[in-house]
Design a protein around this ligand. Sequence first.
Ligand SMILES: C[S@@+](CC[C@H](N)C(=O)[O-])C[C@H]1O[C@@H](n2cnc3c(N)ncnc32)[C@H](O)[C@@H]1O
Length: 217
Amino acid sequence: MNGDEGGVEYHSNALRGPANAFGLALAGGPLERLLDGRKRQVFANLPETVLEIGPGVGANFRYMHTGTKVLAVEPNSAMHSRLQTAARRYGIELELHCSAAEALDVPDGSVPMVISSLVLCTVQNPSRVVAEILRVLETGGRYAFVEHVAAAPGSRLRRLQHTVRQPWAYFFEGCSCERELSALIRAAGFAAVELVEYSAGPRWLPVHTQISGVAVK
Ligand SMILES: C[S@@+](CC[C@H](N)C(=O)[O-])C[C@H]1O[C@@H](n2cnc3c(N)ncnc32)[C@H](O)[C@@H]1O
């Protein structure tokens, strides 16, 4: 267990926490090839300070300028050494917060940019996380995301996402393939939301239904 600052508890299993960190490092190359086009669009022109929720082992540092200050909110401490190595590799100034994004330890209206990739599927309470993102952004600040979401209701893929939900959540530390994140982000209270829905990867993959976009406060 770690990262219970701000009254939100985050539980990482002693075996699956490190296993997920190892898995992310291993899957990093193929995953990046799959998502690179989307990420290049929404993570273009990142400012000098970025808050990233759930950065894992640092897959998104490559989209930042050398010298960027990253407030990295990563509650799984098994990710940290790889995250620090990635920060050194890309010349990132890392400020590591070992806490859950449901309670960001950051003042209101204090950051110009928040990013996430494949994180809202895993957090305990995605509505609360998006409310926190909105709280910490400056007026005019941006939230850029690449996330996987639920397939259309009644579709074969949606049934598969439902069928695999328990083992999937067990192995991937709470990850759900059934979250309707487009509606959640649109309803959160941003001044503007630009969002696209698309398919990434093979059709049998429970996480191939995805969204990417930018929301402005
Ligand atoms: C599937 S990984 C994605 C990692 C990285 N963003 C990427 O694209 O490679 C999900 C990440 O979210 C983190 N996470 C889980 N619950 C969280 C929470 N409540 N707040 C912040 N991060 C969380 C996990 O520790 C993990 O690093």
